[in-house]
Ligand binder design. Structure first.
Ligand code: ACO
Length: 331
């Protein structure tokens, strides 16, 4: 399995519509050219003032043929999008007048295009923070019906095919929720299971991890994971899961036998749920650096429609890959 190749092929076959809100950001403009040239999307839209985008494109030696430009300030949808934004935010004191100003923010406009069906996916974050990308998505796109929590996952490609699906595993949440509640952890597990199906193409086998296995330690942080497992059981999701498990009890069958005999996930785990963002973020970076694994992501999950956040250090190639992965998730 070659994750990047597979996702690019899927995006090419699906031909969905992409909006890149950071239309005046040089790496984004270059990525738009590649996405269009490689036919990874049915359409690619850059947001911003036409003259500014053209100037950046010229500086970067990129032509804009086949790439659309939308300037929210003068677009024909301005009133309709502003009204929709007002409706979404009026419970927070938003006025019609303010909505018309706020919706021209490219992140909000990109999310609104996805909400209103003018685009299938939005990808940003090359120059905006994760928090800002998330907030615009949360306010405008919202979460999948039935889930209250948006979160993220990484696809970790290890060199040992014994792990997960041919060496590939889902790690979650490593980028969004600093200290999830038990309810949020259960939501993260459900979203990660869905990500496992979409990204790895296999049925999820999920471990909710902790520094304790089946009550071996007592602490509020352990209780939180145990409660998340109980909440999940109550929801009767259609995937196999177990917890709370230490990482070795989750992954190594001989340790599972000792610490969690009879666990339904024994020897089959492909989706690892971390108890908080500290563990998740540090965990994926350790596996990436010390374990020499490839880390793809973070990919957002739990949103009603696909949006993605980029690292501000993202290369042009990273932007193309993230866009392809996000396009491959569109319905
Ligand atoms: N899922 C669903 N809704 C959420 C979530 C979530 N994960 N987080 C916040 N909300 C809701 C809030 O309830 C609120 O709703 P409301 O407007 O209806 O009241 C709204 O979204 C906005 O909430 P805020 O209070 O403004 O945002 P908050 O301070 O809770 O921050 C955020 C949320 C932006 C997601 C924050 O948790 C964050 O910045 N996370 C990113 C952490 C980070 O920086 N990671 C970087 C590491 S990335 C890497 O290394 C790969």
């Amino acid at each position: 399995m070659d994750f990047v190749k597979d996702m690019r092929a899927k995006a090419r076959s699906m031909q969905k519509r992409l909006v890149l809100p950071e239309g005046t950001e040089p790496r984004t403009v270059k990525a738009a050219r590649i996405l269009a040239d490689e036919s990874l999307a049915a359409s690619v839209v850059l947001l911003g003032k036409e003259s500014e985008i053209e100037a950046i494109a010229e500086q970067q030696g990129v032509h804009l043929e086949g790439i659309a430009i939308i300037n929210p300030h003068i677009d024909k949808e301005l009133d309709a999008y502003a009204h929709e934004y007002f409706e979404l935010r009026k419970h927070k004191g938003m006025t019609e007048e303010q909505a018309k100003i706020d919706i021209t923010d490219p992140l909000r406009w990109g999310s609104m295009m996805v909400r209103m069906g003018a685009a299938d996916v939005s990808v940003a974050g090359a120059e905006n923070t994760t928090g800002d990308v998330l907030r615009s998505g949360l306010a405008i796109i919202g979460t999948v019906p039935g889930l209250k929590t948006a979160s993220s996952c990484f696809v970790m490609q290890t060199a040992d095919p014994a792990w997960g699906k041919e060496g590939n595993l889902i790690f979650s949440d490593c980028a969004v929720i600093p200290d999830p509640t038990a309810e949020q952890l259960a939501d993260i597990a459900e979203s990660a299971a869905q990500s496992c199906r979409e990204f790895l193409g296999v049925e999820p086998v999920v471990a909710l991890m902790s520094f304790s296995t089946k009550g071996s330690a007592k602490h509020d942080d352990v209780t939180k994971v145990q409660t998340a497992v109980e909440i999940l059981k109550g929801r009767k999701p259609n995937f196999v899961f177990d917890g709370e498990l230490q990482a070795d009890a989750a992954l190594v069958p001989s340790v599972t036998d000792k610490k969690a005999p009879g666990s339904p996930v024994k020897g089959r785990v492909n989706t690892l749920i971390f108890p908080d963002l500290g563990a998740g973020n540090i965990g994926y970076k350790l596996v990436q650096r010390l374990g020499k694994a490839e880390a793809f992501g973070p990919f957002l999950q739990g949103f009603a429609k696909p949006i993605s956040d980029l690292s501000r250090g993202a290369s042009v190639d990273d932007i193309v890959t993230t866009a392809a992965v996000t396009l491959s998730r569109a319905k």
